[in-house]
Design a protein around this ligand. Structure first.
Ligand code: SF4
Length: 462
């Protein structure tokens, strides 16, 4: 038998703007492309050619269409335009698009599948063997996961643009590189398809997502989505909704734009949970730490978050005894903890990391003092946390079951929206009262909270 190599199928980027009618045009074109063996690209840059289906209905739509064509030209260079705007006259000529973007390869009006396909064939010839591409896409884009089947981490970027003085991650992993939003969303959907019920969004700085690519427009399901936190989170929430799954955000810094995701939490699209590594509260210590958003008024920001979404749970980590930390600065941290009532707080006594610039700072705090401050901080944190947990007794919460030996007949362990796996507390589920009631790993159950125990809650599944 002779070996043969199959050339990779050409990739077409597709942006669909406008009303449902334009969308059905897009579906026809995409269906035809797929039938002929073309693949779709999730990025402009990764495509052999980009098709933009435009809308010319109102000024904003015209601007959006022209901007999208401009972005596609800048990032790819080979662009075919179709849709309503393609039929619109310009100021000096009979075609607005050619007037604004003379380098587009072809322009058609709406409902023009064949003309679009002719233009595609002219610039990116049909793949040699279309039958190869009629095979359904592999489902395994989520790859191997080491978490239990019902939750998964979704990494949205690598590296970090910050230079916190106690950290050497940027020197190891480099500057921020955001994953293309289409890839991230595709992976999320594949994970939900595979049974994931909780998606944990992670990175070094989730709030910085897309900064490195200037919030470039990518594709998801044939529509443009900006590579930025709000768009990512909103779309993840929408996808998760279809699967009845949770989306939880980690490593978010208190930048003003983070406020925009709070309404999504209030409306239940994503979990009202934010993991914000504050590290300290005194502005001078934060400056010495070179923390992102160190100039923000964190107390005011938290108060606003709670106004918009009263049920929000905030998790954070802190460092006690950072070089130069005075007793007064540490007291500011304790006061912050009391006032901010951080639901879940961890604290480390400062410990120098080889290669970190903080090692050169003056005013090293003696080991014993660092440890003593850590313990004082944790005493406050535990009091706050215990009071918060006690206030939940009597409430009914949704609990995701993590473990349920013997089908839960002897009870099980789960988590509510307030508990991220591994780092927060758990909800201990009592054995169900009815013999017919079972618990299953990966299921959501409604449970009434009957007691608080340390960092955990005890509940009865309803
Ligand atoms: S600690 Fe600072 S420098 Fe290190 S990864 Fe986090 S934000 Fe980046």
């Amino acid at each position: 038998m002779s070996e043969s190599t199959v050339a990779p199928a050409p990739k077409i980027g597709f942006v669909s703007l406008g009303c449902p009618k334009a969308l059905t045009d897009s579906e026809l074109i995409l269906t035809q492309l797929r039938a002929e063996g073309y693949e779709t690209s999730k990025t402009f840059a990764g495509a052999d050619l980009v098709i933009v289906n435009t809308c010319g209905f109102i000024d904003d739509a015209v601007k959006e269409s022209l901007d999208t064509i401009g972005e596609a030209l800048a990032e790819n260079g080979r662009v075919i335009v179709t849709g309503c705007l393609g039929a619109k006259a310009g100021h000096a000529t009979d075609n607005l698009i050619r007037e604004v973007h003379p380098s587009v390869l072809a322009v058609t009006g709406p409902h023009a599948t064949q003309e679009v396909m002719d233009a595609v064939h002219q610039h990116v010839p049909k793949p040699h063997d279309p039958f190869v591409d009629l095979v359904p896409e592999a489902r395994g884009i989520a790859g191997i996961k080491l978490t239990p089947k019902h939750y998964a981490y979704l990494k949205i970027s690598e590296g970090c643009n910050h230079r916190c003085s106690f950290c050497i991650i940027p020197s190891m992993r480099g500057d921020l590189v955001s994953r293309p939003i289409g890839d991230v969303l595709g992976e999320a959907r594949a994970l939900f398809e595979s049974g994931v019920k909780e998606l944990l969004v992670i990175s070094q700085d989730t709030s910085a997502y897309g900064v490195d690519v200037k919030y470039r427009t990518g594709f998801w399901d044939g529509r443009p989505v900006k590579t930025r936190m709000l768009d990512l989170v909103a779309t993840l929430g929408e996808i998760a909704k279809g699967y009845g799954a949770w989306v939880r955000l980690h490593y978010v810094y208190p930048y003003p734009h983070v406020d925009e995701v709070l309404p999504l939490m209030a409306e239940g699209l994503i979990l009202p949970y934010l993991d914000v590594p504050f590290q300290h509260a005194h502005p001078d210590v934060l400056k010495r730490m070179k923390r992102p958003a160190n100039g923000e008024k964190n107390m005011e920001r938290i108060a606003r978050w709670r106004e918009v979404c009263p049920e929000i749970v905030i998790r954070s980590t802190f460092i006690a005894g950072f070089p130069g930390e005075t007793e007064a600065e540490f007291q500011t941290l304790l006061d912050f903890m009391e006032e901010a009532r951080i639901d879940r707080a961890g604290c480390f006594a400062y410990s120098p990391v080889e290669g970190a610039s903080a090692n050169a700072l003056e005013g090293a705090v003696p080991d014993a003092v660092r440890e003593e401050r850590r313990a004082r901080f944790m005493a406050v944190a535990e009091r706050v946390s215990a009071a918060k947990l006690a206030s939940r007794v009597g409430a009914t919460m949704q609990v995701l079951v993590d473990s349920a030996p013997a089908m839960g007949r002897k009870g099980g362990v789960g988590r509510s929206y307030a508990d991220a796996p591994e780092i927060d507390g758990t909800v201990r589920l009592l054995p169900p009262q009815k013999a017919s009631k079972t618990l299953k790993v990966g299921d959501f159950v409604k449970a009434r909270i009957v007691a608080a125990e340390g960092h955990d809650l005890v509940a009865m599944a309803l």
